[in-house]
Design a protein around this ligand. Sequence first.
Ligand code: SAM
Length: 423
Amino acid sequence: MTLPSIAQLLKDRMGLHSSTVGSSTIQHAIEQRMRDCSIADIHDYRKILSLSDTELDALIDTVIIPETWFFRDRNPFDAFKQWLQEAWLPGHAGSTLRILSVPCSSGEEPYTLAMCLSDSGIPPRNAHIDAVDISYTNIEKAIEGEYGRNSFRGKPLDYRDRHFQACGDRYRINNTIREYVSFKQANLLDGSFSRNRAPYHVIFCRNLLIYFDRATQDTAIDRLQALLHPDGLLFLGHSETALLFNREFTPLKNPRCFGFSRYTAAAKKEPYTSARSRQHTRRHTAASAGSPEPLPFSDISPAVTVTTASTGNNTHSDLLQQAFRLADEGHLGEAAEHCEALLTSQDKQADAYYLLGLIRESTGNLAEAEQLLRKAVYLDPVHHEALVHLGVICEQRGDSINAGRFRERASRTAKQLTSGATK
Ligand SMILES: C[S@@+](CC[C@H](N)C(=O)[O-])C[C@H]1O[C@@H](n2cnc3c(N)ncnc32)[C@H](O)[C@@H]1O
């Protein structure tokens, strides 16, 4: 009985839902801490946990998944920079832009935001980033600001030459970038989290909600929504966007930036989202009270002329790449056409189903998104992203049994991916 009671303690304190990481992860963390404290009996360890906040913090530090890197996913940061140029800078010369990065882990995400600000010509006196994580160890690492190779993944790495100093085989973040960020240990789920915080214009909350159960996700999103300025933007992790449907948020143009603006503000003014996407949100919000209304892409006028989808002149992989590029640029209708063209051919690709599913998900058509994602994992049973999205969609419609199954499969594929990458 003691392991479930410690798992419950972790859930109550930090929101961690054992099915998302697997009970073996929690068990390994407990065993690690018991070894560190030279305690042999788990009942004794449970007693210490209930008496000592320091030990509970140490267990949290051992169980968390601190995985992060600079410019993780890229698209959110491109969308952020575009918003700075198109929406923030023209109307807010001299005012202070307030940003929240929670959870910030060891600092890569808030420092990336700071690099975007610096590269956009916004000086530290005109922008401030509050960076928060539950782990004291992560906050210490972030303040230290020294990083190894694992924090720099993918290319290009030109930002590293501009904003870091090499020290041996590590890289130290420059002081000008540090100036934008204040780091603090805090728990997003703690009642005092919002105390003395003015609203933020931009909130990054990526790759945290996925570890919570539905009720805790709702609590966390309520908190973030209350902290977001009426004209603000909220960015979630790639597999967390379904959590905002039925809420007053409008997805930004590019579904793979996983960013949203507040619907209420969008209805009043003309911010970053198009009239078309506002119309979609309104329909979605109205429909969400009853049965969800599908939002077909035929409603979205092409913003640019692009090559007509055809499997005749293009190889499948070219078409697929084009589809991803179009989706990244916000041309969802054309991206969907490319996927559909690919899916009429003999050689069906899991990624085409995945992207089409993502596009449907981004416009609120969760039922069709689920069908498409299921086809993706039928063709590719270890398609990690599709499995993660399916977990969230099932959770969203209250099917916690299937949500748990997809999460478990996703966590197995993540382990396979990690062990494959380190071989
Ligand atoms: C996977 S990292 C995400 C970091 C970064 N946002 C990113 O996407 O790269 C998850 C982080 O969530 C933190 N965390 C877990 N529960 C938390 C909570 N209740 N409040 C604040 N941070 C939390 C962990 O310490 C860990 O550093």
